[in-house]
Structure formats: structure tokens, C-alpha cells
Design a binder for this molecule. Structure first.
Ligand code: KG4
Ligand code: ZN
Length: 344
């Protein structure tokens, strides 16, 4: 089965062609990060308008790149939600229009299901059942995934998401928007530099020992803000920024690692699947791999290019939905708020 995937839920236009036998045949992505960075965050109306401009050219690009013709596809999958309503509507309208013109069935996909399944596009694929840690800019959730389509929420963040904690801390450090990857680079540079002095920076690991699968990251940014103020006054020129970035990354990833291990213990499951933008983080990956060895579980990640939003995970989820009996749609609706548990 061959499926075209269309992702437009936030600030990335992602298009891909996925074949259940041959794998990923082609993909194209346009990130709006530069456009939104001027405003310090995503401007919904600008996001929708940019999706309108990008979605068709990127679709052409994917067909050209893969050497496939629209006749050869079996279905079109689009992100129905959750996300920004205007942005979602662009993908829904495009999927509906192409489906009508090409006489192909259209399948709505849950964005978070796309993220959770994205490690199935790696060479090392997880089998069901598994615990999923979904950590993106908008979500931090631990789920027990018994089988395809059955997602039981074990716990989630009570306030900020892990990616949001990275981004807000990065902003306080003057690293722009979204600063998660820049903060991670600064943190890793600190590790390599032997000449830094010990800045004695200690941040809290919120709820790390709460014995449940809930998270809270909003207090962390207050602690970061206080530290930036204190050190900035004392050492205006000093290179403490990378030490602070290092500690921010350690605090967030320590909590994610500890809670993932706890979720495996609580459920008795032996596989952990990580996804979402933060799953690109090197310290998180290495930390989980080390825990997997000591605690006797397996850990699975998406390819680095598939951690953030993309069309491939939507095409894959759409193909799996069809394989599991999903009916094609004709209403092309969007669902800006859509609990993952409603799928089961
Ligand atoms: O999944 P995603 O593309 O978008 C949402 O659906 O939210 O995730 C984006 C988030 C941002 O907060 C970004 O800063 C974070 O993922 N991120 C990272 C890294 N790469 C992306 N955070 C930490 N380390 C990284 N290497
Ligand atoms: Zn996402």
C-alpha cells in the first residue's frame, strides 16, 4: 500500500510518500521557524498562510523525487489534529481536494499517533506492546501502548511541556526561538570544555521522585530566570551560560529518564519508544540507552530527521490505520483538540 502524507498542524509543512513494502519513497519539509522567530513564537495566521503557499509545490517535489505518479498511490493521509485550527484546515482541504481530483480515499490521522509510530520508520523497529514517551514542544506524555491504536495515558505534564521548558530556558539565555536545539548544543559544548570553572549551578528536578508518571516543568524556568539574573550581575562577561545550559538539559532529561523507567516498572513492559522533537536530544538518548542496559529493557528512537514534525509519520500512521480497517473519510474535518485515548 502506498500513501501520501500531509502534515500542517503547526509550523512545518511536511509531505511524504510511504510504501508499506518499500518504505519511505520521498519526503519534503518546509520549516517556518525563521518566519516566526521574529515574533518569538508561532503566529497562527502566518502559519496558515505559509502552509497554503507550500503544500502543493512540496507535493509536486515529492512525486518528482520518488518517480511515482499520483495514479500509483492508494490513499492520502492528513493530520486532522491536534494543532492550530487554521493550519490544520489547509492540510484537510488539500487532502480533500487531491482525493476528489485523483479519486483516492482520504484518511484523517492523529498527529500524536504519527509521532508515537515514527520509530517504526527506523531500521530498528519496536514491536507492540510498549511504553511511549512523547516529548515535544506542546506535549509530554507517558502512554501504555498495548497494540496499534490503543493508547492508555499513564501520566502527562501538569503545566509546561519538556520542549517548552527547553525553549523558555533558551529564551532566558538569549538563544532565540525555538531555542531547544541551540540550548542542547551549548550544553554539549560545556561537556567538551575542560577549562570552565565550577559555577555551582544546581537546578531542581521537578516531581522526579513523585512515584507517578506526571511531570511539571514550569517551576524550572523560574529557577533558570533567577540564576540568569544572579550570574549576569556577578559575571557580565563570564562564560557561565554553557554551564547553565548544561544544567538545564540535565534537569529536564534526568526527569524524563527517571519517569520513563518508572513507567516501565509500573506497567511491567520491556520496550520504551521515544518520540517528538525532544527525542532528538543527545543526552536523553544516551541516558535512556544506559538505563536500558542496566534495567534490562529495549529503547527505540525515530531517525533524527523524523523527531520533529514531518509528513512521513503521517503517511505511515495513515497506512497503518487503513491496514487496521479504517474507513476513508469524505468530511475532511479538523480537530484542534483531540485526546489520543479517543482513538482506542
Ligand atoms: O515535535 P515537535 O517538532 O513539535 C511539536 O509538535 O511540538 O517538537 C519541537 C520541540 C521544540 O520545543 C524544540 O525546542 C524541541 O522539540 N527540540 C529539542 C531538540 N530538538 C528539538 N529539545 C532538546 N534538544 C534537542 N536536540
Ligand atoms: Zn509534533
Amino acid at each position: 500500500m502506498r500513501v501520501l502524507g500531509i502534515e500542517t498542524s503547526c509550523d512545518e509543512t511536511g509531505i511524504a510518500l510511504y510504501d508499506t513494502d518499500a518504505g519511505l519513497l520521498g519526503s519534503a519539509l518546509h520549516s517556518q521557524v525563521q518566519m516566526h522567530s521574529e515574533y518569538g513564537g508561532v503566529v497562527p495566521e502566518l502559519a496558515s498562510r505559509d502552509h497554503v503557499n507550500r503544500v502543493l509545490p512540496l507535493t509536486h517535489q515529492v512525486f518528482e523525487q520518488s518517480g511515482c505518479l499520483p495514479e500509483s498511490i492508494d490513499a492520502i493521509a492528513y493530520t486532522r489534529g491536534p494543532g492550530l485550527v487554521g493550519a490544520l484546515m489547509v492540510g484537510a482541504a488539500m487532502a480533500g481536494g487531491l482525493g476528489y481530483a485523483w479519486r483516492k480515499p482520504v484518511v484523517p490521522v492523529h498527529h500524536l499517533e504519527g509521532h508515537i509510530l515514527s520509530p517504526l520508520l527506523s531500521a530498528n523497529k519496536p514491536a507492540f506492546p510498549f511504553v511511549a514517551l512523547l516529548c515535544s514542544g506542546g506535549h509530554t506524555q507517558l502512554l501504555a501502548v498495548k497494540s496499534f491504536g490503543h493508547y492508555a495515558l499513564l501520566g502527562e505534564t501538569l503545566d509546561d511541556a519538556a520542549g517548552e521548558a527547553f525553549d523558555k530556558s533558551a529564551k532566558l539565555l538569549g538563544l532565540g526561538y525555538p531555542g531547544g536545539p541551540a540550548l542542547a548544543r551549548l550544553a554539549d559544548a560545556y561537556r567538551l570544555d575542560e577549562h570552565h570553572k565550577d559555577w555551582a549551578i544546581q537546578l531542581p528536578r521537578p516531581m522526579m521522585h513523585s512515584r507517578d508518571a506526571e511531570f511539571s516543568f514550569s517551576g524550572l524556568k523560574t529557577a533558570v530566570a533567577i540564576t540568569v539574573q544572579r550570574l549576569g550581575k556577578q559575571y557580565p562577561q563570564a562564560p557561565w551560560r554553557s554551564a547553565l545550559a548544561h544544567e538545564v538539559q540535565a534537569a529536564i532529561t534526568d526527569v524524563l529518564i527517571a519517569k520513563s523507567v518508572l513507567a516501565l516498572k509500573l506497567t511491567g513492559l520491556k520496550r520504551l519508544v521515544i518520540s517528538g522533537g525532544v527525542s532528538a536530544n543527545r543526552r536523553l538518548r544516551e541516558g535512556l540507552q544506559a538505563q536500558a542496559q542496566t534495567n534490562g529493557f529495549e529503547v527505540f528512537f525515530p531517525e533524527l530527521s523524523l523527531c520533529t514534525d514531518n509528513g512521513a509519520m503521517i503517511a505511515l500512521a495513515g497506512a497503518m490505520r487503513l491496514q487496521h480497517g479504517a474507513k476513508a473519510t469524505t468530511d475532511f474535518s479538523v480537530a484542534p483538540r483531540w485526546p489520543l485515548e479517543d482513538l482506542g
